[in-house]
Design a protein around this ligand. Structure first.
Ligand SMILES: CC(C)(COP(=O)(O)OP(=O)(O)OC[C@H]1O[C@@H](n2cnc3c(N)ncnc32)[C@H](O)[C@@H]1OP(=O)(O)O)[C@@H](O)C(=O)NCCC(=O)NCCS
Length: 142
């Protein structure tokens, strides 16, 4: 079941993040701050996947989405993103933006399939020199 993560679940969120991002994982401190920040929404699914948005004005930033390797390609990320888009719309956002490493084939494949379009490319954005793609999704009217 997809629901808002509780501060007491930060250990589970940190474990998912580490399994999915390795050396680029966020610390428990950062993730606790995300859960506790009223401008952000962190949804968790059965303690095996999570997604995080920050809403400011009419823009929602997709900061993180991660599914444990054993649960991938079962539509879990799609369902979390559906819920994040609904939450973003309810908070007044009309579009969602994200940055993704151009060589992250799983993520770019997922965002393409979901309907995001690439609106910009930031050369050498990541520390290993990989470009970032800036992608956007128009949110449907509720
Ligand atoms: C990207 C990620 C969140 C996708 O999660 P997922 O639960 O496997 O995605 P879904 O099952 O909802 O996939 C929905 C559709 O997206 C596309 N997709 C998903 N994974 C893909 C892949 N590895 N390659 C190509 N397309 C992919 C497909 O069209 C898929 O539909 P299908 O399985 O019917 O073909 C997951 O691979 C992940 O956690 N990766 C590591 C963390 C990460 O890079 N996060 C994004 C950057 S912040």
């Amino acid at each position: 079941m997809i629901r808002t993560a509780l501060p007491t679940e930060v250990t589970a969120v940190t474990a998912i993040d580490l399994a999915c991002f390795g050396r680029d994982a966020w610390t428990e401190t950062l993730l606790r701050a995300a859960i506790e920040d009223e401008r952000r929404t962190l949804l968790i699914d059965d303690l095996e996947a999570y997604g995080l948005i920050a809403v400011a004005g009419d823009v929602a930033d997709l900061e993180r989405i991660a599914v444990m390797p054993s649960r991938r390609r079962q539509g879990v990320a799609r369902r979390i993103l559906d819920a994040l888009c609904a939450a973003a719309g309810a908070q007044g956002a009309s579009r969602m933006l994200l940055e993704v490493a151009a060589d992250n084939a799983a993520a770019t494949g997922f965002y393409d399939a979901y309907g995001f379009t690439t609106i910009s490319r930031r050369a050498g954005y990541y520390r290993d020199g990989v470009d970032a793609l800036v992608m956007q999704l128009e949110l449907q009217e509720a």
